[in-house]
Every structure is written in structure tokens, then in C-alpha cells.
Design a protein around this ligand. Structure first.
Ligand SMILES: Nc1ncnc2c1ncn2[C@@H]1O[C@H](COP(=O)(O)OP(=O)(O)O)[C@@H](O)[C@H]1O
Ligand SMILES: [Mg+2]
Length: 416
């Protein structure tokens, strides 16, 4: 609204009585009148304030009104202030000043006619108010425009993110189906074969020399499906913050040995000789089940991507840390992939071509290690194998998961 804008008016005259008279004529609601008795004083005020109008006496000692207007024209800040010249000289004299840039130049003749003064000043003040209001609207529009642009950018980013999420979900679905299908197919074929044998009364097929191997095979398929589903459940737990660590005194060497033993058949199938280098014991306080999962994931990867070459698992204590590392001599991992393989679903191109997998193992592994206050890193170069090293604080897990706050004493009434 134009009327809300305060208009500052500058009057310049060397005679104080003229200033007073003019002030009385032009003052009004929403206006502030500034007075200057010389061109210099006027310029100072103009630099400090934004004026809606300057009324300049033409005849002044020193710099006259026209000269002051010249100076105003030369300065960016004052160039656009409309001017009314006041002069006692004839009308034609007043046109001596030409070409003032704003074009907003008018003239008043002495003696001043109050009505003429009021109406001229009103015109300029109105003009100024409108200009100000317009500028405000333009500024508001520009802000709105910028906000809209930011919003559009945000929407586009969300859209891209959603597209990526949908793509990831689709990839994930097809990977999971594929991963589940392989062991299921094998099991299904096995049952078909067994059914056939049974129907033919071929019981020798189920004899004591064959049965244990048969069960072993079945178990492997089932285990691989259970592992897959467990991984997916773990990722869901991690996302909802529901994966908890329950540390208790345990031994890293004991856990590493158990994993190496558990995976001995898998190692044999992969053609990898697994060796364990460890001291007698490496005690600490960790979640046994989760640390076993960590070592299992690392060793499974070493067998899977180790190219049938020997794999070394080693455990040692270093200051306040217990360290377990798994080293293989397989295809290795390029530097640019070494960070991302710890993220969900991230696999290298090479492994994508070679072996099935969901790309969840290292993600889960890293989260478990971090939850223990530990760290995991990989050292590798393409073609030179990989060494995954996990450092676990000996007691930090206990420190991290502080015991719950003591209960409120019974005597204290519960707060409402
Ligand atoms: N020992 C290793 N040697 C080479 N590449 C590895 C090794 N361990 C992990 N990787 C790479 O990291 C990726 C992610 O590993 P992981 O999260 O365990 O998923 P997955 O084994 O299901 O592919 C693997 O697909 C592979 O590309
Ligand atoms: Mg893996």
C-alpha cells in the first residue's frame, strides 16, 4: 500500500525563514521534512537519506540550486531524486537547468502559492510512494521466484532419489528372487530325483553311505537361503535402529576359530586353504553372535572372490584394540570401489559378472563394527587380493552401551 511508505522531503534554502515557511506548507502525515541551508549540507543529507523529493532554492550564496542539481545528477545515489526549483526570477530563467536525468523536474515561483506548492509536492510524494510500493512488490516477486526455483530443484532431487530407489528396489527384487531360486531349484531337483528312486523301490539310494551326504547338501541349500533372509532382516533392523549389540566377555580367537571351522567345507568347495594365525586368546567384551557374523562375512567373501588361492585369517591384540584380519589373493578391489562396497547393494562390476550376491554383507559388517565402537578398512589393489581389517575396542562396547539410568527412589512421588 503506497500510503504506508514514509516519504522524506528535503528543502534547501539559505534563509531560515523561507525554510520554516516551506516546511509549514508541505509537512503532513507520513512525511518527514529535512532542512538544509546550503548545498553542501543538502548533499550530506542526500547521502544519508533516501528522499522522495528535493525542493531547491535557485538563488543561494556559494553553490546555487542549479549547480547542486548538477552535482546530484553526477552521483548514483542522488541521480533519481525529483527536484522542484524555487526561484523569484521569471519563468524562462527556470528553464536554465536542462537534462536532469530523472526527468522529474518542476518549478515553483516566489512568492509561493500555498495551493500550487501543496499540489505539486503531493504529486511527487504520490509518485514516490507508488514507486516504492512497486519496488517492494517486484522484490517480493523475485523472492517468490527464487523460492519457487529452490522448491523445483528440491522436487527434482526428490524425484531423482525416488527413481533411484525404485530402480534399486527392482534390482533388489530380481537379485533376491535369483538368489533364492538357485538353492530352491537344487532342492526341488533333489526331491524329484528322490521321488523317482522311491517310486522305483530304489532304496539303496537312501542307504547309510549316501544319506549323510544328501542331508549335508540339503542343509547347505537351506543355510544359504536362511543367510540371505537373515541379511535382509538385518538391513531392515539397521534401518529402523533395531539392531542391538549385546556385549559380554568373549574371546576373538575362539570366535575366529569357530568361523574357520564352520566354513571349512565351503573353503574346500572353493579350493581355498584357510589358515588361522592367532595367539592363545584375545579376550574382550563384544556381541559374540554379531562378531561371528562379521568374520563369517569377511571369510565368505575371501572364499568367494579369492580365486581358489590360500586365505589367511589372523587375530592379534594391539594396545586397547583387538584386531582380526582376513586376507585373500584373489581379484582384489580397485581404489575407486573401496569405499562404496561398504554401502547397501554395492558390488564391483567384476564380482557382479563372477558370482551372485546381494551386496549387503559388507554393509551389515561395517554397521556391526561401528556399533561396537570399532572400525573396518580394506587394503587392496586389482589382481593382488584384498585384506579386510577389523579393529574392536577391548571394552569400548561396554562403555558405549551405558547401563540404564538408576530407577527413581521409591519415596519420591512420580511426577504428573
Ligand atoms: N575379498 C574380496 N575380494 C574382492 N572383492 C570383494 C571382496 N570382498 C568384497 N568384495 C566386493 O565387495 C562387494 C560387496 O561385498 P558384500 O557386501 O559382502 O556383498 P556380496 O558378497 O553379496 O556381493 C562384493 O560384491 C565384491 O565386489
Ligand atoms: Mg558377501
Amino acid at each position: 500500500m503506497p500510503s504506508e511508505v514514509e516519504s522524506k522531503l528535503l528543502i534547501v534554502d539559505d534563509l531560515p525563514e523561507n525554510l520554516l515557511a516551506l516546511d509549514a506548507l508541505i509537512r503532513g502525515h507520513g512525511r518527514r521534512v529535512f532542512k538544509a541551508q546550503s548545498a553542501e549540507e543538502a548533499l550530506g543529507l542526500m547521502l544519508a537519506h533516501d528522499f522522495a523529493l528535493a525542493i531547491l532554492d535557485v538563488q543561494m550564496p556559494g553553490m546555487n540550486g542549479f549547480e547542486l542539481a548538477e552535482l546530484m545528477r553526477g552521483t548514483e545515489r542522488t541521480r533519481h531524486i525529483p527536484i522542484i526549483f524555487v526561484s523569484a526570477a521569471g519563468r524562462e530563467m527556470n528553464y536554465a537547468f536542462k537534462g536532469y536525468e530523472s526527468g522529474a523536474v518542476d518549478f515553483l515561483q516566489k512568492p509561493l502559492d500555498p495551493h500550487v506548492v501543496a499540489s505539486k509536492v503531493n504529486v511527487f510524494v504520490e509518485l514516490y510512494s507508488h514507486k516504492k510500493a512497486l519496488r517492494r512488490e517486484v522484490d517480493a516477486l523475485a523472492t517468490l521466484h527464487r523460492e519457487q526455483e529452490a522448491l523445483v530443484e528440491q522436487l527434482q532431487a526428490t524425484h531423482r532419489e525416488l527413481e533411484r530407489a525404485v530402480r534399486m528396489r527392482d534390482d533388489f527384487m530380481s537379485m533376491v528372487s535369483h538368489e533364492l531360486r538357485t538353492p530352491l531349484n537344487t532342492l526341488y531337483l533333489e526331491t524329484q530325483v528322490r521321488k523317482l528312486h522311491l517310486s522305483k523301490g530304489n532304496t539303496v539310494h537312501f542307504g547309510p553311505d549316501r544319506l549323510p551326504a544328501m542331508i549335508e547338501r540339503d542343509q547347505r541349500q537351506i543355510q544359504s537361503m536362511v543367510r540371505l533372509i537373515d541379511d535382509m532382516l538385518d538391513v531392515t533392523r539397521l534401518r529402523s535402529g533395531a539392531l542391538t549389540i549385546q556385549p559380554k566377555p568373549t574371546d576373538l580367537v575362539f570366535l575366529a576359530r569357530a568361523v574357520v571351522e564352520n566354513l571349512s567345507q565351503q573353503a574346500e568347495a572353493a579350493g581355498c586353504a584357510v589358515s588361522l594365525h592367532a595367539p592363545e586368546s584375545a579376550p574382550g567384551s563384544w556381541d559374540e553372535f554379531r562378531i561371528e557374523q562379521v568374520i563369517t562375512n569377511l571369510l565368505t567373501n575371501a572364499l568367494r572372490y579369492g580365486g581358489g588361492l590360500p586365505v589367511e585369517v589372523s587375530v592379534h591384540a594391539a594396545g586397547q584394540w583387538a584386531v582380526v584380519s582376513v586376507r585373500d589373493h584373489g581379484c582384489g578391489i580397485a581404489e575407486e570401489d573401496q569405499r562404496r562396497i561398504f554401502e547397501q547393494f554395492e558390488r564391483t562390476e567384476e564380482s557382479r559378472r563372477k558370482a551372485p550376491g546381494l551386496g549387503l554383507g559388507l554393509y551389515i559388517t561395517r554397521q556391526i563394527v561401528l556399533a561396537h565402537g570399532g572400525e573396518i578398512e580394506v587394503q587392496s589393489a586389482p589382481g593382488e587380493g584384498a585384506t579386510f581389517t577389523v579393529r574392536l575396542p577391548l571394552g569400548a562396547a561396554l562403555l558405549k552401551l551405558a547401563p540404564p539410568a538408576p530407577p527413581v527412589p521409591a519415596a519420591e512421588p512420580a511426577k504428573q
